[in-house]
Ligand binder design. Structure first.
Ligand SMILES: C[S@@+](CC[C@H](N)C(=O)[O-])C[C@H]1O[C@@H](n2cnc3c(N)ncnc32)[C@H](O)[C@@H]1O
Length: 260
């Protein structure tokens, strides 16, 4: 990861040791928040503090860092109101409680979709190739393990720091999942204010839209039942491949490719 782009910032002296471990793992520079004036040289901070490990823009120093939070906030609310009926993703994957589906989320990101799928009873293997994103997700999962309501869901989620093309090429037989789920990054919309803060930070971190050449074709070879691709509502099909059918929401849609 580029040293020029992200520094690890410890919220206080008591977080310095943890911050240094994180910095060593990611091969990044580590500083204390009090020294933060010099970190204007980099656009992003990986903040290590009392709430967890989060990302914030150096230009927006007063903002709370974006952390992976399955317990409270938007995800906590979504979990409380979760049902097969009101989650479009459940409709797209056609989850029924009787089917204990095995899912590979090949573009895990901050794990929100994976968490919804696991909350609905699926076993989800999450693949994330960016080490910083994977570390934030691992941190969010570790905190959620201590929450009695979240723990059974987290127990159904496994995180792999790996490129999903490499992982999918390797698996065979019983390891093949029922469903492969793809939610690749899409270039930011022009009305930037409408893009959620965590997505803005992800775009800043990952810079280029994901190169996904061949991922959909490989997923179609490896999924036992179907591949589900999340797209912005008016975006072209991934790799120009026409799905069997679609499930449409207000701002996004799911393209479904049957493999049976
Ligand atoms: C739009 S985000 C996914 C958001 C996620 N669905 C959620 O609910 O938080 C896309 C993520 O996929 C990851 N990614 C893209 N291509 C990948 C690949 N081939 N293997 C593993 N991860 C990949 C990117 O690093 C990025 O973090």
């Amino acid at each position: 990861m580029s040293e020029q782009k992200v520094w690890v910032v410890a919220e206080s002296g008591s977080h310095k040791e943890r911050a240094e471990q994180v910095a060593a793992r990611l091969n990044l520079r580590c500083i204390l928040a009090q020294e933060s004036s010099c970190s204007n040289f980099v656009p992003l901070w990986l903040w290590v503090g009392k709430k967890g490990i989060g990302l914030k823009a150096a230009a927006d120093q007063q903002a709370n860092p974006v952390i992976v939070d399955f317990i409270s906030g938007a995800m906590g609310y979504r979990k409380q109101h979760l049902s097969f009926k009101n989650e479009l993703i459940a409709k797209a994957i056609a989850i029924k409680s009787s089917l204990k589906l095995q899912i590979v989320d090949a573009t895990a990101g901050f794990g929100r979709d994976a968490f919804v799928l696991a909350s609905l009873g699926c076993k989800v293997r999450m693949l994330e190739r960016n080490p910083l994103v994977a570390l934030m997700l691992e941190d969010g999962m570790a905190r959620a393990q201590y929450d009695v309501d979240c723990r059974p869901t987290i127990d159904r989620m496994r995180l792999y720091l790996e490129d999903s093309k490499i992982y999918l090429s390797r698996i065979e037989g019983e390891d093949l999942p029922d469903v492969i789920y793809l939610d690749p990054m899409f270039p930011p919309r022009r009305k930037a204010a409408k893009v959620k803060k965590e997505m803005q930070l992800l775009h800043l971190l990952l810079e280029k839209p994901d190169s996904q050449e061949g991922l959909l074709s490989l997923a179609r070879e490896k999924a036992v039942r179907k591949v589900v691709v999340k797209r912005p509502r008016h975006a072209p099909f991934l790799d120009d491949q026409q799905p069997n059918y679609q499930v449409e929401g207000k701002s996004s849609r799911y393209d479904i490719y049957l493999t049976v």
